[in-house]
Design a protein around this ligand. Structure first.
Ligand SMILES: NC(=O)c1ccc[n+]([C@@H]2O[C@H](COP(=O)([O-])OP(=O)(O)OC[C@H]3O[C@@H](n4cnc5c(N)ncnc54)[C@H](O)[C@@H]3O)[C@@H](O)[C@H]2O)c1
Length: 361
């Protein structure tokens, strides 16, 4: 029997050589491939609880570290005990770190793999939609410092990624919507036709697992084009920050009450609003995307977002210059996503304020 297109793996090129994304549907029945070599497992504590039976050989392994996937645990201070445990377990350069979890466990493992013993190989089993459809490829690790999100980091791809959509069965709807937010972003970057196709399928994404699987793969394929061209985020890859300056600021201003991909969905709507208000984008483009974006973040539209906290978080964004905000906005008739420098002046404050005013309305 031929391999279906949805389960066909990808090979991503990186500065460390090619690495494979396998759609490993039988991983939960037989996780033996993860036990090869000298592994040290960093496992999301919730995933360990929910998948205790299929992962029992991994959870019984002496080199097991459980991580509570909370944003505050993704900080320099909080990961020191993880470094200490690995050193206590006598990790060596020929060993391999194996991350099983979502973006938080990924970021922690990737950062440790980049720095401990000046570099260790690592493998990744993404268990959230966001990590399966987006963050698993692209090499980045991101660690928070105080209230500055993702300000510490490295570029260090895993050796191999095993995507098993079976993990999505236990994700709650907010985490599914969070992943859908990043899938929307990637398709919006691909262009209006890609976004419109996704928008037409939007309702079915939540009920049809095969369809969602197709969009996981298509999101990875679109992202692959950009990260292979600009792995180190020096140029074209910057546009993947669409929705992220505002999204990170929303996460920070709400104390992470809004999950990452949902904050990014709101962030895209806000970027479109600001671009329209500044005369950079036809209002019809804002309207075209607004209803789909709003459907995805609707449950969080009443979450209070204090303007002052949002603006203060925006000022700390790592894409800023010393005097101007470096925003990623859609521009022109084709709504091309690009970097635009904006002074953080009264007009900009008013544009943010009017978006927040309409959000809760
Ligand atoms: N490095 C990158 O390229 C990159 C890209 C995007 C986002 N991120 C980071 O990823 C983080 C968000 O990651 P995320 O959205 O993948 O989720 P997460 O790691 O924050 O996990 C979200 C919640 O889902 C739980 N969970 C994980 N897998 C589960 C499963 N299969 N069933 C039930 N519950 C499960 C976790 O325990 C947690 O409670 C943010 O810190 C963000 O900054 C990193």
């Amino acid at each position: 029997m031929g391999v279906s297109v949805v389960s066909e793996g990808l090979v991503i090129q990186s500065h460390k050589g090619p690495y494979a994304v396998s759609f490993a549907g039988d991983l939960l029945r037989d996780p033996a491939c993860l036990l090869q070599g000298e592994p040290h497992f960093l496992v999301d504590a919730t995933v360990a609880r929910l998948y205790a039976h299929p992962l029992e050989r991994i959870l019984a392994h002496p080199n097991l570290i459980l991580i509570e996937a909370k944003e505050e645990n993704k900080s320099l201070q909080s990961i020191i005990p993880v470094f200490e445990q690995l050193v206590g377990n006598k990790v060596r350069r020929n060993h391999v770190l194996v991350a099983i979890g979502g973006g938080i466990v990924q970021d922690i493992t990737c950062f440790i793999a980049s720095t401990l013993l000046r570099g260790l190989p690592w493998r990744f089993v993404p268990t959230t939609l966001l990590s399966q459809a987006d963050s698993c490829i692209g090499s980045k690790s991101s660690i928070n410092l105080g209230d500055a999100k993702n300000i510490l980091g490295t570029f260090n791809p895993p050796q191999q990624i095993f995507v098993n959509p079976g993990f999505l069965d236990t994700l709650d709807s907010r985490e599914i919507r969070s992943g859908v937010g990043e899938i929307i972003k990637v398709h919006a970057i691909d262009g209006a036709a890609s976004f419109d196709r996704l928008a037409a399928d939007f309702d079915r994404l939540f009920a049809d697992r095969d369809l969602l699987g197709k969009y996981i793969r298509s999101a990875l394929l679109i992202k692959q084009r950009f990260i292979e061209e600009d792995e180190f985020d020096q140029g074209i890859r910057n546009i993947f920050n669409y929705g992220h300056s505002f999204g990170h600021a929303i996460e920070s201003a709400t104390d992470y009450a809004v999950p990452h991909g949902i904050a990014v969905t709101m962030g895209m709507d806000m970027a479109n609003h600001v671009a329209t208000a500044r005369g950079l984008l036809p209002a019809s483009h804002f309207a075209r995307m607004h209803s789909t974006l709003r459907m995805n973040y609707g449950d969080f539209s009443a979450t209070p977002i204090p303007l002052a906290s949002l603006l203060s978080a925006l000022m700390k964004d790592k894409k800023n210059t010393s005097t101007r905000l470096g925003l990623i906005l859609p521009v022109g008739e084709s709504a091309a996503i690009q970097r635009v420098e904006v002074p953080p002046d009264g007009a900009f404050h008013e544009q943010c304020k009017s978006f927040l005013g309409e959000l809760g309305a």
